[in-house]
Design a protein around this ligand. Structure first.
Ligand SMILES: [Zn+2]
Length: 308
């Protein structure tokens, strides 16, 4: 009686302790899962550093060629098959060879959700590092390509790195967004434009002091999903409720009737100056945008499925 009496008591304590540990572990995983995506702040910051150390990366430069090889090799490491879309752009300085980089992770439909950004930097007569402007979008896209490997979506996810976002001389409709204009045209010519159901563009999202405003031309349902997600993750300070109109790589898609949103922090004093350097950026900002998009994607995916 004594032994049989103490044994159940011991078992009860072991069970209680095991139960507590399991509950704590589940709670921890849930907390991690709810607030923290697999997007790695450290890896994104490393990509950004690698790109910036290549030097200024304007379209058709040797350095952008190196950036392209780095991006392609990292996409391959992430299990993707990068495709290079080469084209000749008519610029005010003549024909320039430009190259968009694309990689696709197939879902169970041919409907595409694209994550996009530019990897070129603006040409200046000073050494322009383009850490935030050109670097941050490319680094973010690479880490998104890695961190979404285990994300189950019904539709297809595409990663789209634009060349030639920047004007060769001065920003006009003709001298800007060469890569995105080419991509819309390419899809149209191959009768594939209709497969593209949503485009999420990022630009200048590496600013340490992150302030993303709602870009007015961007598609309302995409802004609603992403801003709601930002709020639920506790990023209302970074995703503000103010409006702002910006011309960027999303405009050619909007003009073609494709839903698109531009996540951009244009509140950046170092924009297009020699001071747009690594020290003004932070991997933390890249991760905030990464988490918001990562956790927004399932809802965007459901919305796209309902569109068909
Ligand atoms: Zn720029």
């Amino acid at each position: 009686m004594k032994h049989s009496g103490t044994r159940p008591a011991t078992a009860w304590w072991i069970l209680a302790l095991a139960g507590f540990l399991i509950a704590a572990a589940v709670y921890g995983v849930q907390r991690g899962g709810l607030n923290n995506s697999p997007f790695s702040e450290r890896r994104a910051a490393e990509d950004l550093r690698t790109l910036v150390l290549l030097g200024p990366r304007p379209a058709a430069s040797e350095a952008i060629g190196k950036a392209r090889r780095y991006i392609a090799s990292e996409l391959e490491k992430a299990g993707l098959k990068p495709q290079l879309d080469e084209f000749e752009a008519h610029t005010p300085r003549g024909l320039r060879k430009m190259v968009n980089i694309r990689a696709v992770r197939w879902g169970s439909t041919s409907a595409i959700i694209a994550l996009a950004g530019h990897y070129d930097t603006k040409i200046f007569d000073f050494s322009f590092a383009g850490a935030n402007d050109g670097g941050s979008s490319a680094a973010w896209l690479l880490e998104m390509a890695r961190s979404t490997a285990g994300l189950k979506l019904e539709n297809t996810l595409e990663f789209l790195f634009f060349d030639g976002e920047e004007a060769v001389v001065e920003w006009t409709d003709q001298d800007s967004v060469y890569g995105s204009r080419y991509d819309v045209d390419r899809r149209y010519r191959s009768s594939a434009l209709g497969n593209l159901k949503a485009l999420i563009l990022v630009d200048m999202i590496g600013d340490k002091d992150l302030n993303i405003r709602k870009e007015t031309q961007s598609t309302a349902w995409l802004k609603t999903i992403l801003w709601n997600r930002a709020q639920s993750l506790g990023y209302s300070k970074e995703f503000l409720n103010d409006d702002q109109e910006i011309a960027d790589d999303h405009v050619p898609y909007l003009r073609a009737g494709i839903p698109a949103v531009d996540l951009i922090d244009f509140d950046y004093p170092y924009w297009h100056t020699a001071a747009d350097t690594l020290d003004k950026t932070s991997g933390r900002s890249l991760k905030i945008v990464g988490d918001v998009v990562y956790f927004g994607l399932p809802e965007i995916d459901r919305h796209v499925s309902q569109m068909k």
